[in-house]
Structure formats: C-alpha cells, structure tokens
Design a protein. Structure first.
Length: 233
C-alpha cells in the first residue's frame, strides 16, 4: 500500500542486493569511517568489506550511478542490524526508502510529497510536523511525525505523552552523496526518506508488540489480509 501511494505520486520501484560492500552501505552515503554503525556490534559483517545491508539506502547509490537524473524511486526491502528482538525492535526488519533527484527540487517539494503520503495513508486531516534531525546523507535533515493514532494527540504511553508518533527520517540529499555518484550537485538537488512499515503498521492498527508481525499466527495476520482486500487504496 505504501509503495502504491508513492507510485501514484510518480515514483518507480527499485531493488538491490542484501549483501553489500562498505562503500555502498556507508562511505558513498557520507558516513565517516569512525561512525558507530561500522562497529561489528551494530552490523552483521560477513568478512572482508561485505556485510548484510543495514538499510535500503545502498539502492539509492546504485540507482544514481546507473541512471542519470531525473530519478524518482521508492525502495522496499529487508534490512539487518544487531538489534534485540523485543516489543519494538527486530534484527531483521522491513524498510521503505525513497529518493527524488532533479533540477530545482526544493525543501517545499520534499515536505509536500511526504505530507501528501501521510494524509493518504492515515487520514486526510491527519496533522503532521517536521522536526530538525541529523543524518550523514541528508542536509538539512528532519524527522516526520504524525498525530498519535491511538490517543488522537491528547497524550498516552504509546506516544510518551507527546501526542505525536515519529514515522520516518528524511532530508535533502547531501551534495557529497550526489558527487559520490557522479551527479553534479551544482545542477541537481533532491530529497530522500526512510521508514519502517512495521512501525507504521503498529501505529495505524494499534499493535502493541512488533513480534506479533513475525510470529506467523494466521489468526492475527488474517485480519490484515481482509482489510487489504476491502481497501480502496
């Protein structure tokens, strides 16, 4: 459903390998060599400079290297990190990222695209907000929140009494990332984002424990298949 919304907004689906090199997973994305993500305690290294990708962002690099702008892609797939398997974390998880690069893309385009997605996925009147953040591959960077779907913004334990739920990280593509892919950063700009559909599903359907999505309980999962068949989106 998420990919379909972005497809309707002009994005094409892209995929890439699950085993990556450090260059595609980190360095081409402007990660410094002393970044904590390069630690063996955080990532699944396989030997040499190979590892299980920690995000789907390497597909952004491969896409920009292969196709000249304009580029608009949405990238679904699995990612792997040394996270504990608890109520809100999993070492293997779904991620959906997106990338748009073209001449004249601005912060206004970036905010409008993601706000449109949120209001189509949740509800047309869903309040959204952007908060400043930091990611090595975007500048400026922002995290996007939607009004908590459980308490309606009044505050509850799920949203930690803030009334807001973070759904994605995003920002304008860092010029260094464009240059690493052979794209002229003086001519082209772009924006990128990444989200966990598992967490978004937990938010929309009020699922208290992420492990329920991985337990293969047909009784639990069947309700979402039924909802999908009845959806107009």
């Amino acid at each position: 459903e998420i990919c379909e919304i972005f497809h309707e907004l002009g994005f094409t689906r892209a995929v890439g390998p699950h085993i990556e090199t450090e260059r595609y997973n980190f360095y081409a994305l402007n990660f410094p060599k002393d970044h904590p993500a390069l630690d063996a305690q955080d990532s699944f290294f396989l030997g040499g400079d190979l590892l299980l990708r920690t995000h789907t962002s390497p597909v952004q690099i491969r896409t920009l290297e292969r196709y000249p702008p304009p580029v608009r892609v949405v990238i679904p797939g699995l990612a792997y990190r040394r996270d504990p398997f608890d109520a809100s974390h999993s070492p293997v998880f779904e991620q959906i990222e997106g990338l748009a690069v073209d001449e004249g893309i601005s912060f206004v385009d970036f905010k409008a695209t993601l706000a449109t997605f949120a209001r189509r996925f949740f509800a047309a009147d869903t309040p959204v907000r952007f908060r400043p953040s930091f990611f090595p591959f975007t500048e400026p960077s922002a995290e996007m929140d939607v009004q908590c779907q459980i308490c309606g913004g009044t505050g509850c334990p799920t949203c930690k009494q803030t009334g807001w739920m973070e759904i994605l990280g995003s920002g304008m593509v860092h010029p260094a990332v464009l240059e690493n892919c052979g794209v002229d950063s003086e001519r082209y700009t772009g924006f990128a984002w990444g989200m966990g559909p598992d967490r978004i599903a937990m938010t929309r359907h009020r699922i208290p424990d992420i492990r329920l999505l991985f337990d293969s309980d047909v009784r639990f999962l069947a309700q979402f298949a039924a909802a999908g068949k009845g959806s107009a989106r």
